[in-house]
Write a protein that binds this ligand. Structure first.
Ligand SMILES: Cc1cc2nc3c(=O)[nH]c(=O)nc-3n(C[C@H](O)[C@H](O)[C@H](O)COP(=O)(O)O)c2cc1C
Length: 302
């Protein structure tokens, strides 16, 4: 039976906070103490974002160049018997505040996460696989034990969320458009499913075999290829920033153009090639799905 759960989180719009609240609600009702640790960057990220700031965090997110954050109450973490790490995805990586949290824990005399049971919770547009893999490595490095992952994604068609999520992030607007583009973000019925997962966690040691599965195999190739492209652009932009920061904007524009062209042309091509090459790629894709599913309980399809 759980006694003390600590939720470590950061959220700009409150979406991830709502998801985390749904997960811990049943635990709280059952008498478990729930503590919240809000990661606060010293210089807050804006919401809504300006285009410059939005793409400005791209190289840092991809390369793990983290911002300074306010001190974390590590004693709370030490006294927890379950830690929930709630992360959004920024450019296929855990968001910078979450990466900053892990960096801050590294400089503690003894990492407070060592030996702790951890559940990760994602709420994002729909590409979280690579970010989860990176987060898993960060958790592994602390000596903590990852016992499950819950992933919540926007259930709109991918083409719609590629328009509506940036619109939301850059303007703050969440209304649907022309009856064609649904409003972005996680919906209430998905949160109800997260509560069910929270209930099942009260008396279980892990999320294995609960019966949800959400690793979308079709997104593996696009994410893996996009991450390689991101790494190239992020490293190039960083180099330019160090040489002469006046030219950074030019290279960021180059990245944005590549991104838009990739979404329009490369992504459909990758999805099509995957269908054709599936028999040959299957063993490789299965291995990745297995690796990601081993700690994944998702509610993205329910
Ligand atoms: C800079 C930035 C980059 C993002 N990149 C991704 C991404 O690669 N994949 C994805 O599924 N969502 C992405 N998102 C959406 C976020 O994961 C998240 O859903 C959204 O920012 C709302 O989160 P919050 O209000 O809880 O912080 C991105 C958001 C931001 C601000």
């Amino acid at each position: 039976m759980l006694k003390h759960v600590v939720v470590i989180h950061y959220s700009q719009t409150g979406q991830l906070t709502r998801a985390a609240k749904s997960l811990v609600q049943p635990m709280q009702t059952s008498g478990c103490k729930v503590s919240w640790i809000n990661i606060e960057p010293i210089t807050p990220y804006p919401f809504p974002w300006s285009l410059r700031k939005f793409f400005g965090v791209f190289p840092d997110s991809v390369l793990g160049i983290t911002p300074p954050i306010k001190p974390i109450e590590t004693e709370l973490i030490k006294s927890a018997d379950l830690v929930i790490i709630a992360s959004q995805v920024w450019f296929l990586a855990p968001s910078l505040p979450i990466q900053a949290f892990f960096n801050a824990m590294k400089s503690e005399p003894q990492n407070p996460l060592r030996g702790k049971k951890i559940i990760t919770l994602f709420a994002c547009r729909n590409m979280w696989l690579k970010a989860f893999q990176l987060l898993k490595n960060m958790i592994f490095d602390t000596g903590a034990l990852l016992i499950g992952n819950v992933a919540l994604v926007d259930k709109s068609p991918m083409w719609a969320s590629f328009i509506m999520t940036p619109r939301w992030l850059l303007t703050g607007k969440t209304n649907q458009l022309f009856g064609l583009f649904p409003s972005p973000g996680i919906k209430e019925n998905q949160l109800a499913d997260v509560e069910k997962i929270g209930t099942s966690l009260i008396n279980r040691p892990s999320l294995h075999n609960i019966g949800f599965s959400s690793v979308e195999e079709k997104l593996i190739l696009p994410e893996w290829i996009a991450r390689s492209i991101f790494l190239f652009w992020a490293a190039t932009i960083l180099k330019i920033r160090q040489l002469d920061s006046r030219f950074e904007n030019i290279f960021l524009t180059g990245f944005v153009v590549t991104l838009v062209l990739s979404i329009l042309f490369l992504l459909p091509l990758i999805l099509l090639s995957r269908m054709i090459l599936r028999p040959f790629l299957k063993p490789y894709l299965n291995k990745i799905v297995l690796n990601l599913s081993s700690t994944t309980t998702g509610v993205s399809h329910v």
